[in-house]
Design a protein around this ligand. Structure first.
Ligand code: GLU
Length: 422
């Protein structure tokens, strides 16, 4: 039978596996296996040519036992309710793993934003936050960027929400530009957090980063900064990719020069001095995953490491910058093969952690330096890695299950203390 590649099914399988390992009470298991609230919205937009187009969007709030819901908004032509539900559940685990006072949520619009004009993009973004405004708020649910959304979009959303409530509310959205209540270090935060957990991981695995090679799949915010910070750790970043192709240079790539090239040409492909992998972009991305490197960083989308290619992964360490890149079946294969996976809910939690810092700063109107942000982030990420690694060793489970056990325990404890009411 073909492997199911539905992210929500995968998220439920991960929950089941952890629930079994920790002997989770079936009632709490049931609470956590369904989102608390799901909102589907119609988004009619006036296009530049005068026609009306209707888009569909969602906001899913998975759980808020530990604090207000938190999570990004994704614009993608293939997103759907099941994907947004999975991403919302993963946010609940992520905020619990790093122990910041939030629950989990996620939003999405089924749209290819690259096909919209700047005006259409702005109208769609304002319409979306307007449509979900009854359920968001600084103490209810705080959105942020995700795939194909950015600080400018967050600024439009914050502005629209502020107009609706009648006062300036920078704390309702994170990932904003600095000028309107953003935080230093938010842009690099996902990859900065990933760098800190990678430092811990290579230490326990006995990998010398200055003699290690890395490959990064995806060259958006998380991918580019991950490549940059792996190089900062002394690694040779030998391959990177985007949706149009992949490049390879055994002597190492310069991440900043690759970004300049991508900005100029629209892709990392044809970067001077590097070899293009397969001309077919899908195959090129598959080849990248199977390269003989020490560290592999999937930084694009879900379900890229599956039971079809898990046997071919050569890396010793996989650090998940993307959400949901490894299927449950692939997780088992990698675990059996002794490959360590630092799971998304730990590895990429730096983004939401600095969102938390931004939220605190927006509430207090006191602004931190980038060094303060980085130091606080490092402390949280390093401790979280050690907490998860200890559970892995004590319970003899893989890193993802260990992270889930830690997260579920924290969420269930909050549910128990608060009680079921009415
Ligand atoms: N979208 C990011 C994530 O998946 C960040 C979420 C946030 O900052 O709230 O973790």
């Amino acid at each position: 039978m073909a492997e199911r590649l539905n992210p929500w099914e995968n998220a439920l399988k991960q929950l089941d596996k952890a629930a079994k390992a920790m002997n989770l009470n079936p009632g709490y298991h049931q609470i956590l296996a369904t989102p608390k609230r799901v909102l589907e919205i119609q988004l009619p937009i006036k296009m530049d040519d005068g026609t009306i187009k209707v888009f569909t969007g969602w906001r899913v709030q998975h759980n808020d036992a530990r604090g207000p819901c938190k999570g990004g908004i994704r614009y993608h032509p293939n997103t759907d309710l099941d994907e947004v539900k999975a991403l919302a559940m993963w946010m609940t685990w992520k905020t619990a793993v790093v122990d910041i006072p939030y629950g989990g949520a996620k939003g999405g619009i089924r749209v290819d934003p690259h096909k919209l004009s700047p005006g259409e993009l702005e109208r769609l973004s304002r319409r979306y936050i307007y449509a979900i405004s009854p359920i968001v708020g600084i103490n209810k649910d705080i959105p942020a960027p995700d795939v194909y959304t950015n600080p400018q979009i967050m600024a439009w959303m914050m502005d629209t929400y502020s107009a609706l409530v009648g006062y300036n509310e920078p704390g309702v959205i994170t990932g904003k530009p600095l000028e309107v209540g953003g935080s230093e270090g938010r842009e690099e935060a996902t990859a900065r957090g990933l760098q800190y957990v990678t430092e811990e991981a290579v230490r326990v695995l006995g990998i010398d980063p200055t003699r290690a090679t890395a490959a990064v799949q995806g060259y958006g915010n998380a991918g580019y900064f991950s490549a940059k910070f792996m190089k900062e750790l002394g690694m040779k970043v030998v391959a990177v990719s985007d949706s149009k192709g992949a490049i390879y240079n055994p002597d190492g790539l310069d991440p900043e020069a690759v970004l300049e090239h991508k900005k100029k040409t629209g892709s990392v492909k044809n970067f001077p001095g590097a070899q293009n992998l397969n001309p077919d972009p899908i195959k090129a991305n598959q080849e990248l995953l199977e390269l003989d490197v020490d560290v592999l960083i999937p930084a694009a989308i879900e379900n890229v490491i599956t039971k079809e290619n898990a046997d071919n992964i050569e890396a010793k360490l996989v650090v998940e910058a993307a959400n949901g890149p490894t299927t449950p079946e692939a997780d088992d294969i990698l675990h059996e093969r002794g490959i360590i996976v630092v799971p998304d809910i730990l590895a990429n939690a730096g983004g939401v952690t600095v969102s938390y810092f931004e939220w605190i700063q927006a509430r207090t109107r006191e602004w931190w330096t980038v060094d303060t942000v980085r130091n606080k982030l490092r402390a949280i990420m390093s401790k979280s890695f050690r907490d998860v690694y200890n559970i892995r060793n004590e319970m003899n489970v893989d890193m993802r299950t260990a992270a889930l056990i830690l997260a579920i325990k924290r969420v269930v404890r909050a549910l128990e203390i608060r009680g079921i009411w009415p």
